[in-house]
Design a protein around this ligand. Structure first.
Ligand SMILES: C[S@@+](CC[C@H](N)C(=O)[O-])C[C@H]1O[C@@H](n2cnc3c(N)ncnc32)[C@H](O)[C@@H]1O
Length: 316
């Protein structure tokens, strides 16, 4: 990386801009990353000359490069300071109307199109193994993580039955505040250990039957793998409704009815052997929720436990 740790003062950056080829290079690199070969093809200039111009631009902090395979990809330095940006805006405005820059931009589109075709070729061959590659590169939850963007940054989200706080930790960067509630002091100790440094997570000890949450404090309430421990689910759902703002959402994930035998429930301390979709939908309606929906979740490849469902509903 030709990353300038301290940007040269503006007077020492002027000379690079006083050359038409370098201005053309900057105009191109402002829009896309290009290699020397690609730049030479777009500028219709010999490669050694283009390399020399890039060296000058890099020395004055205008561009930087990153290595990819055997190539170096150049781009306009993303951390240009404001005086340099202002200067570049003036130069770009001056040159913007000239036909040569429009022709450069047109040829650059051709170069990028060739690159697009190369990535299309990659996916044409990779379709069969893409799921595996994706999981190897980015982990098993990467296909669900984009959904966190559906949370609004000013929302208060409660993770009810927070357990050791893994979900609360994942939610925290996407919400204004996360409130974790649990009745088990041991689970809460683990959650506090995990979340001690996370400023916008608050842990509260309490029961789901009498939530330590004010009326209409929450935008979202999450109940993940906790309802099957609850003796009176309709009463808990009514209590969750109280804590939600109007238009607030409940998200509930739990086990579908399973037949693992009594030892399983006994060992795990379960009160319910999972739930039927109609049963959960009925309870949500009874608790005063609208848009009640229960969707079975697909089996997870390496999971050994019972199948899950996801229910959601809105407080009218
Ligand atoms: C199976 S753990 C799930 C934890 C977490 N939600 C997760 O998905 O990993 C269930 C948690 O709910 C808590 N819990 C069960 N019943 C509860 C109740 N009535 N009130 C408060 N917490 C409860 C337990 O202490 C436990 O930490």
């Amino acid at each position: 990386m030709m990353n300038m740790t301290t940007a040269p003062p503006i007077l020492e950056r002027l000379s690079a801009l006083g050359d038409e080829t370098r201005a053309r290079i900057l105009a191109l690199l402002e829009r896309s990353e290009l290699t020397v070969t690609e730049l030479a093809s777009v500028l219709q200039a010999p490669q050694p000359g283009v390399s020399r111009h890039l060296k000058t631009l890099a020395a004055e902090g205008w561009v930087e490069a990153r290595a990819q395979g055997r190539n170096r990809h150049y781009r306009l330095a993303p951390d240009l300071d404001e005086p340099a940006r202002a200067l570049w805006r003036i130069v770009r405005k001056e040159i913007g109307g000239s036909g040569i820059y429009a022709a450069d931009a047109e040829r650059a589109r051709g170069v990028l199109e060739r690159r697009r075709l190369r990535s299309a070729e990659f996916f044409a061959q990779a379709a069969e193994r893409w799921d595996e590659v994706r999981e190897q590169l980015f982990g098993p939850s990467a296909n669900l993580l984009p959904m966190l963007g559906l949370l609004q940054e000013d929302w208060v989200v409660a993770d009810l039955g927070v357990g050791t706080g893994a979900l609360a930790e994942t939610l925290a960067p996407f919400a204004a505040r996360v409130i974790g509630v649990d009745r088990s002091e041991q689970m809460l100790a683990a959650a506090r250990h995990r979340l001690g440094q996370t400023a916008n997570v608050e842990i509260r000890r309490g029961d789901l039957e009498r939530l330590p949450v004010a009326d209409e404090e929450l935008d979202v309430a999450v109940l993940a793998l906790v309802l099957h421990y609850v003796v009176d689910p309709p009463a808990v759902l009514a209590e969750v409704r109280r804590a939600l703002k109007p238009r607030g959402r409940l998200v509930l994930m739990d086990m579908r009815t399973h037949d693992r035998g009594p030892w399983y429930a006994e060992e795990m301390g379960h009160v319910w052997p999972g739930f039927e979709a109609d049963q959960v939908r009925g309870w949500l309606v009874e608790a005063g929720f609208a848009h009640a929906r229960v969707v079975p979740l697909p089996p997870s490849r390496d999971a050994t436990g019972p199948l899950l469902f996801l229910a959601s509903a809105v407080k009218p």
